[in-house]
Design a protein around this ligand. Structure first.
Ligand SMILES: Nc1ncnc2c1ncn2[C@@H]1O[C@H](COP(=O)(O)OP(=O)(O)OP(=O)(O)O)[C@@H](O)[C@H]1O
Ligand SMILES: [Mg+2]
Length: 495
């Protein structure tokens, strides 16, 4: 009996497929995609090292050969039951193999609509759905002519085949656009090592951002999950992820979004398989940013999604791919969440030297912290500048039985990051001395010299303990200025 399921690049949340495949009694096989040397390859190799170190059982790993026919033969020899794209890097090869091997998938002839942002929007236009006006440009003249023809000043320049927001520029007016165009054309190949001579220039949409995840069988998409995105843009034009929130109940705009998303998945020609779609809602309703024809990213832990939805995407996708009848049943389920879940991404607006990371004790004291990672002074003396998704400085998952607790802690973290980043990472004292140096006592001086990370931990423990015993921070230092008072108040929020 065929029992191997091949995942083309089992990174990010697609890593969850491996355990799910085993739990269902099949054998997972990883197909590592081939990349020429470059940014994408180095990032992938780093992620593979980290993810593989967590696998507790022997697993076969096959390497994609640059010659497609060789890869096809290697996979045929394994006689697999299914081949599925894992993360974005596996979409092209995973779809190609599945189609050639006669497995459930979307025909490979549709791959442009599944991977090229210009083709996706063209498909929407042809289907009579809302799309974003855009054009592939190869010269500065073409850039300027787009501005003129559309009469818009706010545009987005990006790779038609891109990911991780790398090489993405949100710009205003001619000068910024030309500068972004020159930067990208000088940067060479795109993330996938492809020599893209044309870039995609689009009208910019201003609105709220969402994710709609679906799984299709026989051309019919079923809704898996919906998240709201929180992002921000730095003056550099960099797109920064700040967080994601699961959507529990749909308001009118969100109902329209889900309806549009299901139509979009059909319009881009998805027959069998998952779609992680990104959308925006503005005054004119929902519009697609891009479809990603694979499971959602963000390395979401299966256990975290189970707490939020009662299931996680990869297991449902596998069940649907293995059995269309399961998909038929899943389609009938009303959309429902068990708890509200958040992803909190962290960023830094510049390279900062750090020698303490108060974020560590803060996260550990939170009620809704599930798991995740953050950069910390224990591992690096520099907090790197965030330029895209791959250079974020942390990503944690938050969920609690009381969704109000999770919501409050998420927004507290968002605010701290904006107003008091020194609570999260610092390179100096946590508190400021009194303005009048004569008022500085030896007790205060001792606190000012302390490592902020262990100081924060001690303050949290003292607060937790009902403020018993000698205060960790002398009251006259707390009341010496507004900054010190605020820091104490912020720490109290997490108790
Ligand atoms: N036309 C647009 N109007 C407004 N915002 C846009 C537009 N295109 C892209 N963006 C913003 O930039 C983000 C990244 O764009 P896109 O998804 O196309 O690039 P990507 O390289 O695939 O990035 P990622 O992997 O982070 O999703 C979008 O999620 C959205 O916030
Ligand atoms: Mg995207």
């Amino acid at each position: 009996m065929k029992n191997k399921i091949i995942i083309a690049e089992a990174m990010s949340s697609a890593f969850n497929y491996l355990d799910d495949i085993r739990k269902k009694g099949y054998e997972p096989v990883i197909l590592e995609t081939y990349f020429p040397d470059g940014y994408a390859k180095s990032l992938l190799e780093e992620e593979r090292r980290e993810k593989y170190s967590r696998i507790q059982y022997p697993v076969t790993i096959i390497k994609e050969d640059p010659d497609y026919a060789v890869t096809l033969e290697k996979i045929k020899e394994l006689d697999p039951l299914l081949v599925m794209p894992g993360c974005e890097d596996g979409v092209v090869i995973g779809t190609h193999l599945a189609d050639d091997l006669g497995m459930p998938c979307t025909p490979f002839s549709n791959i442009d609509k599944m991977t090229k942002k210009s083709a996706m929007h063209q498909a929407l236009k042809e289907a009579g759905l809302r799309y974003i006006r855009g054009e592939e440009v190869a010269t500065e003249e073409e850039c300027l002519s787009f501005l003129e023809r559309t009469g818009t000043e706010d545009v987005v320049l990006k790779h038609a085949h891109g990911c991780f927001s790398v090489g993405l520029h949100l710009v205003h007016g001619k000068e910024e656009l030309l500068e972004a165009f020159r930067t990208e054309t000088a940067a060479g190949n795109n993330m996938f090592g492809e020599d893209e001579t044309r870039l995609l220039l689009q009208e910019r949409i201003f609105g709220d951002e969402y994710v709609v995840n679906t799984i299709s069988r026989n051309g019919v998409p079923a809704l898996l999950s919906v998240f709201r995105y929180y992002k921000t843009w730095l003056p550099s034009g960099a797109c920064i992820y700040r967080g994601q929130e699961s959507v529990s109940e749909f308001d009118e705009r969100e109902k329209e979004l889900v309806e549009y998303a299901l139509q979009t998945v059909r319009a881009v020609g998805i027959v069998d398989g998952p779609v992680h779609g990104e959308y925006m809602i503005d005054g004119n309703g929902p519009v697609l940013i891009e479809v990603n024809c694979r499971v959602m990213g963000g390395s979401m832990p299966a256990g975290f999604l189970d707490k939020v939805y009662g299931y996680h995407d990869t297991e449902v996708i596998l069940d649907c791919m293995l059995d269309p009848a399961f998909h038929g049943e899943f389609l009938k389920r009303p959309y429902h969440t068990l708890r509200r879940g958040y992803t909190k991404d962290f960023y830094s607006d510049r390279d900062r030297p750090i020698n303490a990371s108060g974020i560590v004790p803060i996260l550990l004291s939170m009620k809704s912290f599930y798991s995740g990672w953050v950069s910390s002074a224990a591992r690096s003396s520099i907090l790197q500048e965030t330029k895209d998704l791959k250079t974020e400085t942390g990503c944690i998952y938050m969920v609690h039985d009381d969704s109000e607790v999770t919501k409050k802690e998420f927004w507290d973290l968002m605010e701290i990051e904006e107003k008091h980043p020194e609570l999260l990472h610092s390179n100096g004292p946590l508190f400021q001395p009194p303005e009048d140096a004569a008022k500085l006592t030896p007790e205060m001086a001792e606190v000012l010299e302390r490592d902020p990370e262990t100081l924060i931990l001690d303050i949290i423990l003292w607060l937790r303990n009902g403020k018993q015993g000698t205060p960790v921070v002398p009251e006259d230092l707390v009341s010496a200025n507004d900054h010190n008072r605020e820091i104490m108040e912020w720490l109290e929020k997490f108790i």
